[in-house]
Design a protein around this ligand. Structure first.
Ligand SMILES: Nc1nc2c(c(=O)[nH]1)N[C@H]1C(S)=C(S)[C@@H](COP(=O)(O)OP(=O)(O)OC[C@H]3O[C@@H](n4cnc5c(=O)[nH]c(N)nc54)[C@H](O)[C@@H]3O)O[C@H]1N2
Ligand SMILES: Nc1nc2c(c(=O)[nH]1)N[C@H]1C(S)=C(S)[C@@H](COP(=O)(O)OP(=O)(O)OC[C@H]3O[C@@H](n4cnc5c(=O)[nH]c(N)nc54)[C@H](O)[C@@H]3O)O[C@H]1N2
Ligand SMILES: [Mo]
Length: 754
């Protein structure tokens, strides 16, 4: 942009993209003075308001910083004590490069963990994770990670059931909102469909239209049934069936039992399109273990009475039904089971593959799901080849650091944890996202060195040995484009790099040069050259797909363009084609059908994930609650922000921290707690402060504490800010999925003096 203007007092406004949607940003005298949602967005998120203060905040990492004790004596135990030495870029890069080299020489590249999970920022080129992966690949590779915190468990289980990668199912194979609206009349939502979560999407969604679809459905009389612990998980007007967290599989089994015993299951569908119902049925009917999975059996487990379950089953069988399952259900111990079981339910109802009906996962979890878009190839920065074959399921980082050389099971294989000497993180905040932070912190002492690129002094940056200050997207030029959106953005450098910040690309280039990989990393291109190169590749692909996009100069000029890729007419999904002709279009499972029983999974011999879905209570849930920890804590995504991002500014808002804990009125009264009171949330793993919000809209026995508050100073052993991960359980979902179990945690709450 023309910085000249903005430097003489004039206000200049440009649009840029973010994970929470496009924003219009006002710049004056080299400062961002305001950020508003893009004018084309019908339901914008409130997140942009925090951008100006965050970008210029005093909590920016200002210079390359090295932890004094590590610099002096390579200390590993004091991570988190906050005493850093600021060094010039050249010196800090020399020290980091020398340490990387030492570790490569002494231990090999399999001692470097570069999974570097996290959302970082929108923008196709300056994508921190791609940058760190490319850098590490060019110096000989790194231990990588599989899956995400979002859907790691689903990514492992669902290919066994539906025969395709879970994310392919999610993005390419789900019914569109339009098709659901036209064809369904009953939408049964396990975990709800959360419009607050639909504000966000990887790379951004420009027109947040999820809420509008619901308004249209409501006008048509479509019925929404929200099953879960919180009324607010369903859109307004939904019927709410309160259900205990982690008990959905029991409820689903009971619905299945009703379908089968009342002759409502679609055996024609089961015979033609599925395999293994005969192996599952005896378990469900109680012929195998003597326990019939009836509504009376499920009622005390899930807290839904037997008549309601029966009625629900009948409505699902008679209606034109879409069953949706939120991602949250698989972010819990045994999260494989409700995912698998909801597919079995869908199959028993027999509507899978019909337009707008059947099964869906993660609608509303992020904004783009359900948006019908013509496929168009994107822009991705080539990460190169990783010769190191070691990887971990992403949420097993604590176990890996604790058990070098240890064995563990993952999806049918026995694997070994590598011995990590160096962690390099760019674009993520493990001290926000990982479970059981106190245990993580102990494990974090294991490596010789931790390097982090970060714009702000997050909890993770504060626990690194070397911190490189990274620019934010407002300080560098980039392109914004998401496969789930119909807009394309030029993201201008709105303000100069703040303090001493550098782009991730230049940080890695500086390191690569010192490690004799400068040319391999850069291929002789500056970041400006790379942007042009990536964009040209995109233009070429768009042209061959018959879609007209402007060249880079024109895009710079126009700032944003709307792409003509919204899909108006119905396109049959892979499941629709499978339904049409299962012989010609088999699924990618061993049987070519939906697997209600999986020989493959059965052959793994896992007690925590058998050959068919089962009710397996987790180690912590209301069924195992006791006096010490009587309440189930769910830790949903924050409604007012993206994870821990922009927290530097948000935590300055009056009353914003500690984070708000939603507690049921009966539980609050028993503890003499009123709305606005300061409370202590605690269990045997840790404790944090929170601000109580007393509500009738959460099931008794359940509390909800959103994620995202920066793990703060643990004064008196209490996290002052309210990060739920001081309380959560760090176990894999099962030996099969090894996903994160964030929603599995029992806690207690008590009043704190203000
Ligand atoms: N208890 C509990 N825990 C959870 C969950 C839960 O439901 N409950 N959910 C989990 C899920 S689904 C997720 S996805 C994770 C999210 O966890 P994360 O993705 O780790 O969270 P973010 O706050 O988005 O972290 C991104 C970091 O990147 C930084 N960043 C932004 N732009 C740049 C850049 O250009 N360069 C660099 N170097 N850094 C940048 C940001 O400042 C921020 O610190 O949390 C997980 N944790
Ligand atoms: N505003 C905003 N939106 C976001 C994000 C953000 O940080 N901010 N993060 C994004 C990311 S990375 C992801 S992965 C998605 C996550 O999307 P989801 O996984 O769908 O979201 P959550 O908010 O974790 O959970 C939704 C609800 O599930 C309910 N729930 C928890 N456990 C259970 C259970 O056992 N059974 C039932 N029936 N319900 C349960 C809780 O009441 C919770 O409010 O959200 C995305 N959207
Ligand atoms: Mo996520």
């Amino acid at each position: 942009m023309a910085k000249d203007n903005s430097e003489n007092g004039a206000i200049e406004t440009r649009v840029t993209s973010s994970h929470w949607g496009a924003m219009e940003i006002d710049v004056q005298d080299g400062q961002i003075i305001a950020a508003r949602p893009f004018h084309k967005d019908p339901n914008p998120s409130g997140i942009p308001a925090a951008v100006p203060a965050a970008v210029h905040h005093d909590l920016r990492v200002k210079q390359p910083s090295i932890r004094r004790a590590w610099l002096n004596s390579r200390d590993r135990a004091g991570r988190g004590d906050g005493d850093y030495v600021e060094l010039p870029w050249d010196e800090a890069l020399d020290i980091a490069a020398a340490e990387i080299e030492r570790i490569r020489q002494e231990h090999g590249n399999q001692a470097i963990y570069g999974g570097s999970y996290g959302w970082s920022s929108a923008g196709r080129f300056h994508h921190a994770q791609s940058q760190v992966h490319r850098f590490l690949n060019k110096i000989g590779g790194y231990v990588s990670s599989f899956g995400s915190y979002s859907t790691g468990c689903a990514q492992a289980i669902m290919p066994h059931v539906l025969g395709m990668p879970f994310l392919q199912y999610t993005y390419d194979c789900q019914e569109s909102w339009q098709s659901i609206g036209e064809n369904a009349d009953t939408i049964v939502m396990f975990g709800g469909i959360n419009t607050k979560n639909a504000q966000v999407s990887m790379g951004g969604v420009t027109e947040h239209d999820t809420a509008d679809w619901f308004a249209k459905y409501a006008d048509k009389g479509i019925r929404f049934i929200n099953i879960g612990p919180q009324r607010s998980d369903g859109i307004e007007g939904s019927e709410w069936i309160p259900c205990k967290p982690a008990s959905d599989t029991a409820l689903m089994l009971a619905i299945a039992h009703v379908l089968e015993s009342e002759g409502l299951s679609d055996h024609e569908f089961l015979n033609k399109y599925t395999t293994g119902f005969d192996r599952f049925r005896p378990y469900m009917m109680g012929e195998q273990d003597g326990i019939a999975k009836t509504p009376e059996w499920a009622a005390p487990l899930c807290g839904v009475d037997a008549d309601t379950i029966r009625d629900l089953a009948r409505r699902m069988a008679r209606g034109r039904t879409m069953i949706t399952t939120a991602w949250s259900l698989q972010r819990a111990e045994h999260g494989e089971q409700p995912y698998w079981m909801s597919a079995v339910l869908g199959a028993m109802i027999g509507q899978i593959g019909l337009p707008g009906r059947g099964i869906g996962y993660g609608y509303g979890a992020i904004g783009g799901i359900g948006k019908a878009m013509k496929p168009m190839q994107g822009m991705t920065f080539d990460q190169g080849h990783n010769p190191i074959k070691y990887f971990i399921p992403v949420a097993r980082i604590g176990d890996m650091l604790r058990n070098p050389g240890g064995h563990y099971e993952f999806n049918g294989e026995t694997k070994t944890y590598p011995d990590i000497k160096l962690i390099y993180w760019a674009g993520g905040n493990p001290y926000h996202h990982h479970q059981d932070l106190k245990e993580l912190h102990k494990a974090w002492q294991h490596p010789d060195c931790v390097i982090v690129n970060e714009p702000w002094w997050t909890a993770t940056a504060k626990r690194a040995d070397i911190v490189f200050p990274a620019t934010t997207p407002y300080e560098r030029e980039d392109i914004g484009r998401s496969g789930m959106d119909n807009y394309l953005f030029h993201m201008p450098a709105l303000v100069p790099p703040q303090y001493g910040a550098c782009d991730d690309y230049d940080i890695f280039w500086g390191l690569a040069q010192r490690l004799q990989a400068g040319q391999a990393f850069s291929e002789g291109r500056s970041s400006g050259d790379w942007l042009g190169h990536l964009y040209q590749g995109y233009v070429d692909k768009a042209q061959s797909a018959g879609i007209d996009v402007p060249d880079l100069d024109e895009l710079r000029d126009r700032n944003w363009v709307e792409l003509p890729i919204v899909q108006e007419e119905y396109v049959p999904t892979l499941l629709a084609k499978f339904r049409e002709d299962p012989e010609a279009n088999p699924l990618g499972t061993p049987s070519g059908k939906i697997e209600i029983f999986s020989e493959t999974i059965a052959s793994f011999g896992y007690a925590d994930c058998a050959g068919h879905p089962k009710w397996l209570p987790p180690s912590e849930w209301l069924g195992s609650a006791d006096e010490q920890a009587p309440l189930h804590m769910v830790s949903p995504q924050p409604g007012d922000k993206l994870h821990s991002q922009l927290e530097a500014a948000l935590q300055d808002n009056e009353g914003a921290r500690p984070e708000t804990l939603v507690i049921n009125a009966v539980d609050a009264a028993a503890r003499n707690i009123s709305s606005g009171d300061l409370v202590r949330v605690f269990n045997s793993r840790g404790a944090c402060r929170a601000r109580a919000k007393v509500s009738e809209d959460i099931l008794q026995g359940v509390v909800a504490l959103p994620t995202g508050a920066w793990f703060g100073d643990a004064q008196d052993n209490i996290d002052q800010n309210g990060n739920p991960n001081v309380l959560t359980l760090d176990v894999g979902t099962s030996q099969l999925g090894q996903g994160c179990s964030a929603h599995t945690a029992l806690v207690n709450v008590e009043l704190l003096a203000d």
